[in-house]
Design a protein around this ligand. Sequence first.
Ligand code: URA
Length: 235
Amino acid sequence: MPVLRLDKIISDCGYGSRKQVREMIKDGRVYVNGRCVSLPASTCCTESDIIELDGEKLNWNKFIYIMLNKPAGVVSATEDERDATVLSLLDERTQRMRVFPVGRLDKDTEGLLLLTNDGGFAHRVMSPKSDITKVYYAELAKPFTDKDILAFKNGICLGNGEVCLPASVEPLGGCSAYIRIAEGKYHQVKRMAAACGNKVLYLKRISIGKLELDTNLKQGESKLLSEKDIEKVFW
Ligand code: URA
């Protein structure tokens, strides 16, 4: 059971910098197991001790994992000079927990984006070795032909000579389709469609592994993921 300094625990929970939290503790705003503790260097067990700030019970986790329904118009980055980032869609406390997007969706792509402060998890999700299938719903300029579908299956050769791993296209009627890929190359789906002489007009990621975008999440909304949800990414 992790035993950590009180100021670190509270800061990790996103309530402020270590300096700000030290002041909160000195001001008598923090209670541990019902008793006011005014020493920032006091240590607490993150699992068994009950820590309260201004009467609110804290829930410390080593890492957090977030599902965001990304809208178009925001960039998958932690900071950007021109555009709003996906972080701006999270509440301030969560932003202070140093989360970052796991991979990226283009500015105009919508749907499932994971955010975390766990670098190991992000690395595992993005590694081609993990072979995680991502499913996209796409609307195209024209329907894919049988020849295109076969080309996806055999591995599309992109404009620069790069060859993609086998992918699948499931036509949904009209000009829409589900596209399943196991990699995350730059603009991959758009470039695969372009290699077939087609154009993606709308793109939304709907799953990563067996983790599906929660249809209750409106655009721009997010939710914390449970351990069980996180495991689904690797199924
Ligand atoms: N492929 C793309 O072209 N864009 C995305 O945002 C994701 C996959």
